[in-house]
Design a protein. Sequence first.
Length: 276
Amino acid sequence: METTNGNNIKADNFNCIVCLKLIVEPVALPCSHSFCKTCMENVLKQPRRICPLCRSDVSFLNAEDLRPNAMLKELLTIVFKDEYAERVAEIEEERRLASTFNTVRKRIHIGNEHSQVIEGGKLINHKWTLFVTMSDEHINDQQDQSKDYISHIDVNLHPTFEPNFVTLRKAPFCLHRSGWGTFLVQVGVHFKPSLNHNPMTLTHHLNFSAAKDQSTHVVVFEIPKEKPTLVVDLDEIPTPTPNNVIDVDDDVFIDDRPHAVMSDFDDDEDYEILIS
Ligand SMILES: [Zn+2]
Ligand SMILES: [Zn+2]
């Protein structure tokens, strides 16, 4: 800290070491280090729970045990009034997104397999297979999940190939070719529309010096959470009389707005919730 005079204190001095932004809703650990509440909640979800600064063990802490650092919060809201308000708005937006979207993190692998074509003891060609596969973020050797995420893949080959633009529409996403030369393959990965993700452009330089060569890229999907669809059994609802004077029983309520029909949510037998 440069000085005790509030005007010369920099907001950077109060950055959270986890998110590298001004600490918001500060919580203090037993070691006295403070972080944003949301950052610390994420740290506590990790398999190894330690203070991000001094690495002291916090495995005994749960998110509910986090103690607000009231004095730090007061200081931040006074000295960095605008910055703090901005951070609060940011956190609220993140929470709003988290409640409407599911974050799914995956890995995309792009690469090629290769074998030599030998006839009469002489190398006469190279056979190769370009592939695009998907797995969980932290597990590599896993069954390919691309059929659940990818709708199609565009492959741009060297101009000497005929055709040199190929679309793969079905998993496993593989392209078999043969030829003498290696080149940079450009691939456009198009995801299923429900995933709400822009296409990704990946490149792979064919490698003929190994049986298999691949690179890995992380892809993060923010999938909108589906709102449950209410299906009402219409036979269960009494027909309203012309003047809307009806005998409302405990289970069913008829709204007098045109076409609106509501059912008591506590009664499981009158409807089912379908998640499409
Ligand atoms: Zn933070
Ligand atoms: Zn610490």
